[in-house]
Write a protein that binds this ligand. Structure first.
Ligand code: FMN
Ligand code: SF4
Length: 426
């Protein structure tokens, strides 16, 4: 498979401008800034079928077409580099290994959106990546690639790198916009959508790092080449991270539609220590968990995941072997989401912490049999009742863990003991 995003991974100093340029870097941006207009670019990206890689898989060209391009207000592009979903470790590698690929993508997207000021919003904990991206933007500025008359094309584009402060919720697009405006990163009620009323009340597109970094390849190779990879509705390639109990955890570029079992067993070398697979969360911790039997049927594309009751999400695949205590695992997720709730909506603020406390009680052997039903009740009352989907991001795992591994929860709530001995294979 041709590499859309990772062809320079492994090349020495791939983060440096001269190395990037020696591999054809910025040629596509120069062409686009000189010769392409906004409608042509939007149509081109629509024709590729590229879908946003931040989690929802929304078609990128379609999203861009919602922006009132001819509005007199400034148009903004925000690159979402907040990457905080547990299990997801892909954008950080684009930032640290090929920051100029991202900047070239920014120039292309900016031209499509008639945008003259783009922001790269980086997760606060990305200390090293931030330094690398900042240095790359400075290099690009000094070389006349970014700034006034970018690449000598007459197009002006300013790029600002902004650091978050370690809040997961600033990855939600309107939380990110609020944070960029200097306020608390609390999601906004939608509508209005950012495409019409985003940063500083102006038309704004928020796109994930991986989405934007695919653009130079898409301009160079065109829609047909991209659609040769993947499936009809999920074309192209995707960065997938895989963590947990596999022999070769890591981040891989795969062709969409790859069987999940092949990703686990071949790409990642199979379950470690010769143990058996118990469960897998394919798309980042907020998506419903799959049992080992379900893993056999699922392909890594948006449709197959949905047909099997889960989501491809941000591509953060978490693999659990037979020794994992599912009660404890869900407790860990509950801790994360209750800590990260921004607190605006009662079902989320109270629901996530109540669920977490209940899980702690069961896991610590101090639960009551009725706690399991209480958990389901909490999850049902969190679903679809909040400003942003963070509440659902805990409700979905709760419901799927309880549906698929119910006996472990009932047993621990009743006896105070685990049905599995953590770390011990059957
Ligand atoms: C709680 C929450 C956290 C999110 N975190 C991220 C994130 O870290 N990175 C990201 O790109 N998208 C994240 N998203 C999705 C963004 O809101 C948005 O849909 C995405 O950045 C759009 O980019 P795309 O169209 O390229 O996928 C998050 C959404 C929610 C609800
Ligand atoms: S669902 Fe949670 S994180 Fe999202 S806006 Fe409401 S309180 Fe904040």
């Amino acid at each position: 498979m041709e590499k859309v995003l990772t062809s320079l991974w492994g090349v020495e100093n791939s983060h440096k401008l001269d190395v990037y340029k020696s591999h054809g870097g910025y040629e596509m941006a120069k062409q686009v800034l000189s010769d392409w207009d906004s409608p042509k670019l939007i149509e081109h990206v629509k024709a590729t079928g590229l879908r946003g890689r931040g989690g929802a898989g929304f078609p990128t060209g379609l999203k861009w077409s919602f922006v009132p391009i001819d509005s007199e207000k400034p148009k903004y592009l925000c690159v979402n580099a907040d990457e905080s979903e547990p299990g997801t470790a892909k954008d950080r590698y684009v930032l640290e290994r090929t920051p100029h690929l991202l900047i070239e993508g920014v120039l292309i997207a900016a031209k499509a959106l008639k945008c003259h000021h783009a922001f790269i919003y980086c997760r606060g904990e990305f200390y090293d990546q931030l330094a690398i991206v900042r240095a790359a933007v400075e290099e690009a500025k000094a070389a006349g690639i970014v700034g006034k008359n970018a690449l000598g094309t007459g197009y002006d584009i300013q790029v600002t790198v902004h650091s978050g402060f370690g809040a997961y919720i600033c990855g939600e697009e309107t939380g990110l916009i609020e944070s960029l405006e200097g306020k608390k990163g609390q999601p906004r009620i939608k509508p209005p959508f950012p495409a019409v009323h985003g940063l500083y009340g102006c038309p704004t597109v928020v796109n994930n790092v991986e989405t934007i970094a695919a653009l130079p390849w898409l301009i160079k190779n065109g829609p047909e080449a991209y659609k040769k990879m993947g499936t009809e509705k999920s074309p192209g390639s995707k960065l997938m991270s895989i963590s947990g109990h596999v022999e070769r955890p890591g981040t891989y570029e795969i062709e969409l539609g790859m069987p999940l079992k092949d990703f686990i067993n071949e790409t990642a070398g199979g379950i470690w220590k010769g143990r058996k697979l118990k469960a897998c969360i394919p798309g980042g911790s907020s998506v419903p968990v799959l049992t080992a039997e379900e893993v056999e049927k699922v392909n890594l594309d948006y449709e197959s995941c949905a047909a099997n009751g889960t989501m491809l999400g941000s591509g953060g695949c978490i693999v659990m072997d037979e020794t994992v205590d599912m009660v404890h695992m869900l407790r860990v997720l509950g801790h994360f989401y209750s800590h990260e709730s921004c607190g605006q909506c009662t079902p989320c603020r109270r629901g996530t912490s109540w669920a977490h406390r209940t899980l702690c009680r069961i896991d610590d052997g101090e639960g009551k049999p009725e706690d399991v039903e209480t958990l389901l009740h909490i999850a049902n009352n969190m679903t679809g009742r909040t400003i942003c989907p963070l509440a659902d991001a805990l409700a979905m795992p709760i419901k799927s863990f309880l549906t698929k591994f119910r006996e472990e929860f009932d047993y621990k709530a009743r006896t105070g003991k685990s049905l599995v001995q953590p770390g011990k294979a059957a």
